[in-house]
Design a protein around this ligand. Structure first.
Ligand code: UFG
Length: 321
């Protein structure tokens, strides 16, 4: 039995592969448009290709005895999705439909889906639970919510089960220092701040200072990428053992940090001072997103092992290398 990881050369996918290969045979499918081959653990089998390509999926599902698919492959930038919605619906929705069709055709029945806090839109609560209304405010969040709804429809009629994992802000790097967060171009807050502190950027732009938050900058819930990886494996094992089926879980630390607080923590850990430019709000950004992860804690025993200082220290070690 093997696990197919779509998007295993990306940031969260590669960290999950690194945890999975300790126990499972792993096949990675990635088209390398945003991923990097060197992030894939050498114990995994790598297939370069697109998950919207039915022939490649036929080949994988007939060559390997795949028990489950972990689906990370997606575009995931809120701002870009507002500017280029068709890219998001094509890559995140249409291509995923091809993958799901091929899974059903080949009798592969377990699916772990990378979803997002962006499905909630502007929440009407300080602490988001899975029962909080989903009302995404950007195409990225909508593209993920569409797949969530499709999964429920499939599980209703097919021998097919799923776990949806709604990540809050994935951050940090593997403790080994071997892999970490790498996007080209980079748009995420923590890597941008660390690159600036390493002298690779002139300054940092803070997008919006008039949000209804304590210091006026956006608040997010940052969760260590290894904690996310472990939640995938627990979800898979929970489904395979019959403990859970067809679930949606939030994954966050339960604590919110503002953009200013993140910059300050990066300054403390690096021992360097940042140059900040206050800029306009970025399109599609809600003021605050903080998760309750109580449900996955109660049902699968998952809880985050890493706090913000460890997240930024691991990221600093990776970026410094
Ligand atoms: N920010 C800045 N300056 C920068 C970069 C970011 O001020 O140079 C701000 C953003 O405006 C936002 C916060 O820092 O308020 C975090 O921004 P990121 O781009 O790091 O992350 P997002 O919250 O936009 O999005 C991330 C993932 C999404 C996911 C979301 C869920 O990229 O895929 O978390 O919370 F949906």
């Amino acid at each position: 039995m093997a696990i197919l990881v779509c998007g295993g050369a990306g940031y969260i996918g590669s960290h999950t592969v690194k945890e999975l290969v300790n126990t499972y045979d792993v096949v990675v499918l990635d088209n390398l448009t945003t991923g990097f081959e060197q992030l894939i653990d050498s114990k995994a089998t790598f297939v370069k290709g697109d998950l919207g390509d039915p022939a490649i999926l036929d080949e994988i599902f007939t060559t390997h005895d795949i028990d489950a698919v972990f689906h990370f492959a997606a575009n995931s930038l809120v701002g870009e999705s507002v500017q280029n919605p068709l890219k998001y619906y094509r890559n995140n929705v249409s291509a995923t439909l091809v993958l799901l069709e091929k899974m059903i055709e080949h009798g592969v029945k377990r699916f772990i889906f990378s979803s997002t806090a962006a499905t909630y839109g502007i929440p009407d609560t300080d602490m988001i639970t899975e029962k909080t209304t989903t009302n995404p405010i950007n195409p990225y969040g909508r593209s993920k919510l569409m797949i969530e709804q499709i999964l429920a429809d499939l599980a209703h009629v097919h021998d097919f089960q799923y776990v949806v994992l709604r990540y809050f802000n994935a951050a940090g790097a593997h403790e080994s220092g071997e892999i970490g967060e790498s996007h080209d171009p980079e748009s995420h807050l923590i890597p941008i701040v660390l690159q600036h502190l390493l002298g690779q950027r002139d300054k940092i732009a803070v997008f919006g200072t008039d949000y209804e938050t304590a210091d006026g900058t956006c608040v997010r819930d940052y969760i260590h990428v290894t904690d996310l990886a472990r939640a995938h494996i627990l979800s898979y094992e929970g489904m395979a053992s019959g403990k859970i089926t067809n679930k949606t879980y939030n994954l966050g630390n339960g604590a919110g940090y503002s953009v200013k607080e993140i910059i300050e923590t990066c300054e403390q850990i690096s021992g360097k001072k940042a140059t900040i430019e206050y800029a306009e709000r970025r399109a599609g950004d809600p003021a605050a997103l903080v998760a309750s992860s109580q449900k996955i804690n109660e049902e699968l025993g998952w809880k985050p092992a890493f706090d913000l200082n460890t997240i930024i220290s691991n990221a600093w070690a990776w970026h410094s290398k």
